[in-house]
Design a protein around this ligand. Structure first.
Ligand code: SF4
Length: 299
């Protein structure tokens, strides 16, 4: 029996579901029941009737799934898969910012720890950040942890005063305007689609800015045939699979998230077989963080 067949068998025996982020490797995406970005996967984690969720992604995503589905067993196959950006802001930072800006709403990007979500008013993802922030009654918004997503939202909502935190995604933040110029010279005529975690100088040069799901949607609907993709390289597998007649080029090889590549098929098999590594979140933190996530889902 192949590893894929063993995974399939255990999944049915245990009424488990495999969720995978677009940035996972192709072999993981191919065995997943649901593939998506943070927003799509949060919703699916809440709606599934499986007993076990195997989350192929990084820790904050598995924690969000646990918070939204507290009665389910949530497993993270690669226990050391974390997100450096999520660790850039702490609950203490949020409390300090609340004192400094008492009239502001605190918005946290879903790429954050459960403790930070618990201290925030509402979560956002890159898919819905503009819509959620626009819906808030407060004019002033403290936005953590991603400075790039904060600036992207601020540029689209001139009526809001966005106070950005200093965090950033170590993968998207290292791409610069020179990388864009080199890619455009290498693939003339291609459309450049980038993620809002990119820096301002990259976003300014893009033809389209959106979350991973929005980039896939844009490329799939477009009549254009050639695209340069400015987000983590894992997305190319899905783009190419859904659009075999189109050509996709990665903006730069810098767009590799080592944490997203930690999950291997063998880890998924072990997770299902031994029901490891189970994600737990302190009950009080979980209840408070759920409010922030649910405020996002109903915005
Ligand atoms: S791509 Fe960036 S934000 Fe996403 S998990 Fe990796 S480091 Fe974190």
């Amino acid at each position: 029996m192949t590893m894929q067949q063993k995974i399939e068998k255990l999944k049915h025996e245990k009424n488990a579901v495999i969720l995978a982020h677009y940035y996972q490797t192709g072999d993981i995406i191919d065995i997943a029941d649901m593939v998506g970005d943070s927003y799509g996967l949060s919703k699916q984690a809440k709606e599934t009737d499986a007993d076990i969720i195997v989350f192929c992604g990084v820790r904050f995503m598995a924690e969000s799934a646990k918070i939204l589905s507290p009665d389910k067993k949530v497993l993270l196959p690669a226990i050391d898969a974390g997100c450096p950006m999520a660790d850039m802001v702490t609950p203490r930072d949020i409390r300090r910012l609340r004192q400094e800006y008492p009239d502001a709403a605190v918005v946290c990007y879903v790429n954050s720890t459960s403790e930070v979500k618990a201290e925030s008013d509402v979560c956002v993802t890159s898919s819905n950040a503009v819509k959620v922030v626009a819906s808030l009654k407060e004019k002033r918004i403290v936005f953590v942890p991603d400075q790039n997503l904060a600036r992207y939202v601020a540029n689209r909502l001139p009526g809001k005063e966005i106070i950005p935190f200093s965090g950033y995604c170590i993968v998207h933040h290292r791409v610069g305007a020179d990388d864009v110029d080199a890619a455009r010279a290498a693939v003339p005529g291609a459309l450049l689609l980038v993620h809002p975690e990119c820096t301002g100088e990259v976003i300014e040069k893009a033809d389209f800015v959106g979350s991973t799901a929005q980039i896939i949607d844009f490329a799939t609907r477009s009549d254009h045939k050639t695209f340069i993709i400015g987000t983590e390289m894992g997305i190319l597998h899905v783009l190419q699979k859904q659009n075999p007649e189109k050509q996709f080029y990665l903006l730069t090889t810098k767009l590799l998230c080592a944490n997203m590549k930690k999950t291997k098929l063998a880890d998924v098999l072990c997770a299902l077989e031994y029901e490891q590594h189970e994600i737990t979140v302190d009950q009080e933190i979980m209840d408070k963080a759920r409010l922030s996530l649910e405020n996002m889902l109903k915005a």
